[in-house]
Design a protein around this ligand. Sequence first.
Ligand SMILES: *[C@@H]1O[C@H](CO)[C@@H](O)[C@H](O)[C@H]1NC(C)=O
Ligand SMILES: *[C@@H]1O[C@H](CO)[C@@H](O)[C@H](O)[C@H]1NC(C)=O
Ligand SMILES: *[C@@H]1O[C@H](CO)[C@@H](O)[C@H](O)[C@H]1NC(C)=O
Length: 321
Amino acid sequence: MCLLYFSYQTCPNSIRKKILQTDFAEIFLPSVPVLQWAKHYSEQEYERLSHYRGAHGWGTVSADVLNESLAILNTSANRLMFDNWEKRETKSQCIRCAVVGNAGILNGSKKGQEIDQNDYVFRTNGAVIKGFEQDVGSRTSFYTFSTNTFRNSLRSYARVGYKSAPQTAETRYIFLPDHDRDYILMRAASLHIPILKGKDRSSKPPSYFGSDVTVEKFKMYHPDFIRYIRNRFLHSRRLNGRLKYIYRPSTGAVMLLAALHTCDEVNAYGFMTPDFQKYSDHYYDKTPHRVRFFGNHDLRMELKLWQKLHKAELINLYLRT
Ligand SMILES: *[C@@H]1O[C@H](CO)[C@@H](O)[C@H](O)[C@H]1NC(C)=O
Ligand SMILES: *[C@@H]1O[C@H](CO)[C@@H](O)[C@H](O)[C@H]1NC(C)=O
Ligand SMILES: *[C@@H]1O[C@H](CO)[C@@H](O)[C@H](O)[C@H]1NC(C)=O
């Protein structure tokens, strides 16, 4: 068993222990794979996963792309969420994670210092940091995105200062692969080679993650994990209607639920709260505007899930009181 990212041994009150005393015990699978890497590719796995679309499987990726891309993820860092935990000089008893969404509730929150004091800090998509450190902190241990959402963020939030993915010594990149673009970009970035065709074609190697990025910095969510959270935590009514093929949990929801399955303690900031109408869509909006809802996600269902997890004391959700 390779459960090194779990610190069962030391943390007396970890989420994985507490959850068994809650209503979530029925749906929680402690053994679900959160990440995928080299060992996951085989002809049988391809046959099994090619039945599911988008982020839920490999249905939109060719066998060759998968084989050659997943083969790159062959280091121990690709298998472990907290790959540097054992090497840390100062370790707390429990792995404490701050998971930071981009919601407007963070504007003026002054939570930056508290966020940075966690062992790990998760962020996603258009996570603008510069100029907002007091409210959102400055560290990024994990940056979660799909190639599509990341490129949309660069386009949409350049005006407010989102110019590149966070690039610090501690930053790891977790792809949420919902297309073959993600597998292709991850491989090209790891090997420092250009992308010869497709939407992300470029004559130079991808520079999004810094020029000296190594494969140890990349991780990828397993499609089984995405399907599991869709089916068990966020089984939206959208799955019964015309939106069923485009529906998936939002990138922020995948990030928060991945933290719930790997951290001992989760402190969530900048996620949807019942009073979301009081705040702008994002903390970094230049002028306040309403939260936008899209057909491919169910943010109202996510909002309710965060409330339930908070009430069950499985996450500490930042609420403005
Ligand atoms: C994956 O690629 C390797 C190297 O190119 C090849 O030897 C192997 O047969 C491929 N595996 C499958 C299952 O196609
Ligand atoms: C890991 O993959 C790289 C190529 O990406 C290869 O050079 C190396 O030999 C592989 N290592 C192992 C242990 O398979
Ligand atoms: C952030 O808060 C300030 C002070 O309350 C307010 O003036 C501004 O409009 C807010 N910005 C957004 C995007 O909500």
